[in-house]
Ligand binder design. Structure first.
Ligand code: CA
Ligand code: CA
Length: 317
């Protein structure tokens, strides 16, 4: 396998951004069902003088724990799979990379986490996929539901909780984010007057009522090696401590074209879903090049650590 994931120009660091304190200025309303529980009290028109309106302590509970209400035949451990192999699962205390034995027997259900589809499909017993890599994985009843070439590709998870508990929707305001993409590319040495926005979503990872924005900008004319000016970049804008910060989820930037061994990688958002059952959604980043594709699971751990790539799986020559 020529491509090594560690060699990708995926920058996990949070680049300090600037601008107004709202990742998505057009909406902070979101579909969050949380943190509005401090009403309904204290409107009692009581008799007497000392109307001590005791408000309950404002416990702003962020994400509510996931409901375990989705019925299905779920794996003992919530196995996360791509159509070409398993990525791993959450053990209850940490992410587990697929090893030699997957926690399935065959016949399990999987919830689809994808920008192109949702719902439940089925998976078979442990097998080997993606010749000649022979990734451990399961055959899915409808692998195309996760995405078809050239992507984006999502994942599926054999887990009983609601995988998308918070807001996730397509945005139309590409002009604003074209400007953000232009600035970000410029800060990485690329001058692109009007970046092409290929994906734009607003989401609320934690369900705290403040939206995050996921953006992909790309123009990739080289197939086997990059042409001058080729770029593909996926990033998230998020309000942290009142300021918008930008985190790069994947970048393949080629201001001067390709050199020997350079491969133009194309990034996209494959889906958003809660893949460890903590009520906060992870981001599925999808990538492809001329002879392969991969997916990565990025978790927003906290404001200090930011986004961390936790799991990944690929298939290609
Ligand atoms: Ca949020
Ligand atoms: Ca989660």
């Amino acid at each position: 396998m020529k491509r090594t994931l560690t060699g990708l120009a995926t920058l996990a660091l949070i680049v300090a951004g600037c601008g107004q304190p709202a990742a998505d200025t057009s909406s902070t309303s979101s579909s969050s069902t949380t943190s509005t529980s401090t009403s309904s009290t204290s409107t009692s028109t009581t008799i007497g003088a000392s109307t001590t309106t005791t408000l309950p302590p404002t416990t702003t509970t962020l994400a509510s724990p996931p409901t375990t209400g989705v019925s299905g035949n779920w794996a003992d451990e919530p196995l996360i799979v791509a159509s070409w192999g398993a990525l791993g699962w959450w053990s209850g205390s940490g992410w587990v990379t697929s090893s030699t034995e997957l926690p399935v027997t065959g016949g399990e259900d999987y919830q689809v986490v994808s920008v192109s589809s949702s719902g439940i499909i089925q998976g078979g017993p442990q097998t080997e996929l993606c010749e000649p890599l022979m990734n451990l994985g399961v055959e899915l009843s409808d692998p195309d539901r996760l995405g078809e070439w050239p992507g984006p590709f999502g994942v599926a998870i054999s887990a009983p909780w609601t995988v998308q508990p918070h807001l996730f929707q397509t945005m139309g305001d590409t002009a604003t984010y074209q400007g953000h993409a232009r600035d970000l590319l410029q800060s990485h040495g690329m001058t692109v007057a009007s970046p092409v926005i290929t994906q734009l979503f607003r989401t609320d990872l934690e369900g705290d009522g403040v939206n995050e924005v996921l953006v992909v900008a790309e123009e990739m004319s080289g197939i086997f090696s990059p042409e001058p000016g080729d770029y593909s970049i996926a990033f998230m804008r998020k309000v942290v401590d009142g300021e918008v910060q930008t985190a790069i989820l994947g970048a393949s930037l080629h201001p001067d074209g390709g050199e020997d061994g350079d491969t133009p990688y194309s990034y996209s958002i494959g889906g958003v879903g809660d893949l460890n059952g903590d009520g906060k959604t992870e981001i599925v980043v999808s990538g492809k090049y001329y002879e392969g594709s991969w997916v990565e699971i990025w978790e927003y751990v906290n404001d200090d650590l930011g986004l961390v790539r936790q799991l990944q799986s690929g298939c290609g020559a």
